[in-house]
Design a protein around this ligand. Structure first.
Ligand code: HEC
Length: 138
């Protein structure tokens, strides 16, 4: 085996490992939030109002967020579609995973909103269309 081949198979092996970690059956809203959202919104939902001045708009806190705790359809749509400095997750998270994350975040850090079911996310996904970019006005 050449060095290049060894490196390539090591890279493949580590990719397979991380892919299986992502699909772990015991993933929770909290663990998914930590992986996909906390880099920007913080582990305690505190956001980054001033830490990244080059990011416009600043990253809003999710603790106490009216947007997060308001209309489930609008919030699910935001996660699928993204907005300004917020990435679109429609290709990277399933309805089930988004439901878990939003249900977690809507009940964490003092938030007190109802759970969001995978069906609500599926419905929002359908409305965005195949490419996921038909953003309704909000
Ligand atoms: C790369 C940074 C980044 C990541 C990762 C990210 N967001 Fe955001 N998020 C933003 C920014 C920036 C905004 C503000 C967008 C705007 O208002 O135009 C935002 C806005 C929001 C809002 C609206 C909050 C409000 O009060 O206006 C919610 C809810 C939200 N994000 C949830 C999430 C969730 C859930 C995840 C993980 C699946 C996530 N975000 C991942 C950067 C990010």
């Amino acid at each position: 085996m050449t060095m290049t081949k060894i490196i390539a198979s090591l890279a493949l092996a580590s990719f397979a490992l991380s892919a299986s970690a992502v699909l772990a059956a015991d993933e929770t809203g909290e663990s998914l939030y930590a992986k996909k959202c906390a880099t920007c919104h913080g582990l305690t939902g505190q956001g980054q109002p001033a830490a990244r001045p080059t990011v416009q708009p600043p990253i809003p806190p999710l603790a106490g967020s009216g947007y997060l705790q308001d209309d489930p359809d609008r919030t699910a749509t935001l996660i699928l579609h993204g907005k300004a400095g917020m990435p679109a997750f429609h290709l990277f998270l399933s309805d089930e995973q988004i439901s878990k994350i939003l249900t977690y975040a809507r009940g964490a850090w003092g938030n007190q909103a109802s759970p969001i079911s995978p069906e609500v996310v599926a419905d929002a996904r359908k409305k965005l269309g195949d490419d996921g970019f038909k953003m309704p006005s909000n």
